[in-house]
Write a protein that binds this ligand. Structure first.
Ligand code: KDG
Length: 310
């Protein structure tokens, strides 16, 4: 089994049970989320280990998050309890854009944003087979950003999902910080999408953007929403198409794809097969509310593919 060490903020998601503007939504469903936590659960579902570094509040939501992730098999021994509250966000669905989900954050000063370099256990990070984080963790506070830089300095097997959230920082801040990280610490796996690529390298054509980003990454996975995703490595390109399914909530679909892809590659799957399987994971993810509940294991992915005859 391989071990991924992940740094980020675990959030509590309050997902609107009904579509439309939140002012008219009366019922919300609670889920554990946060991009890196989603990655961890996807990674663990495919048979590998994930150790989480972060902070949650010493509150009911913090306990909820820890108990949930532990129940999913994530190693949460390195998550600290903090006096500040666990961050939360609401999901507004299908309004004003059908099939689109909007995250509305209540996370300023949250426990998770107080992640600090002293939380990064050097031996733990050095001992991992992969160290992973995202643009969200770079954006939430300077101490969280410093923690990612520290972790990336300790282990050369790095993975990064750009996950630019423009409610957390400006495009200019995102570009400067992410490109500095990638220049200082080139990654093995870069998971990104066409919107983030436009911000980072001024190019949203998947092939052209990836050609630029390959300078900083051995492997680029370029997510293209419901169309599918492209994979670039060793000078080659592979495209895996998406599936058309009823969409409930797209939040977390990219993390499902990334976490599944990384876990399967770490287990020795070819990258092309890992991407095909990862697309299944993100497809199942969009069919329900919640980022982690539909993350599949290997047998579920294979059952899906057998049915689709892919
Ligand atoms: O990718 C899904 C995440 O965006 C969601 O779980 C919440 O981590 C989150 C964030 O910061 O937006």
């Amino acid at each position: 089994m391989k071990t991924m060490v992940t740094l980020g903020e675990i959030l509590i998601e309050l997902n609107a049970v009904t579509s439309g503007p939140l002012r008219h939504v009366n019922y919300f469903e609670k889920h554990v989320a946060g991009s890196e936590a989603n990655y961890c659960v996807a990674f663990v579902r495919l048979g590998n280990n994930c150790v989480y570094i972060g902070r949650v509040g010493r509150d009911e939501f913090g306990h909820n998050a820890i108990e949930w992730l532990r129940g999913k098999g994530v190693n949460v021994d390195h998550v600290k309890f903090d006096d500040n509250p666990t961050g939360i966000f609401f999901v507004q669905r299908d309004y004003p854009v059908p099939l689109h989900s909007e995250s509305i954050y209540y996370r300023k000063g949250s426990a998770g944003s107080r992640l600090s370099p002293e939380d990064v256990d050097e031996n733990l990070v050095r001992g991992g087979d992969l160290v992973h984080s995202t643009g969200i963790t770079l954006a939430i506070s300077s101490s969280a950003r410093d923690s990612v830089f520290k972790a990336f300095s300790l282990n050369g097997n790095r993975s990064f999902d750009t996950n630019i959230r423009l409610k957390l920082w400006t495009p200019e801040e995102a570009r400067t910080t992410i490109m500095k990280l990638l220049k200082d610490y080139p990654v093995k796996y870069l998971i990104t999408d066409v919107d983030d690529s436009r911000i980072l390298v001024g190019e949203s054509d998947p092939d052209r953007a990836s050609a630029i980003l390959r300078e900083y990454a051995e492997v680029v996975v370029m997510k293209q929403g419901p169309k599918g995703a492209s994979l670039y490595h060793d000078g080659g390109k592979y495209f895996s198409p998406g599936y058309s399914v009823p969409v409930e909530d797209v939040t977390g679909a990219g993390d499902a794809l990334g976490g599944t892809f990384l876990s399967l590659v770490m287990s020795g799957f070819s990258m092309e097969k890992a991407l095909d399987y990862a697309i299944v994971s993100s497809t199942l993810n969009v069919m329900i509310r919640g980022d982690q509940e539909n993350l599949p294991g290997l047998s579920e992915i294979e059952a899906f593919l057998k049915e689709m005859d892919k």
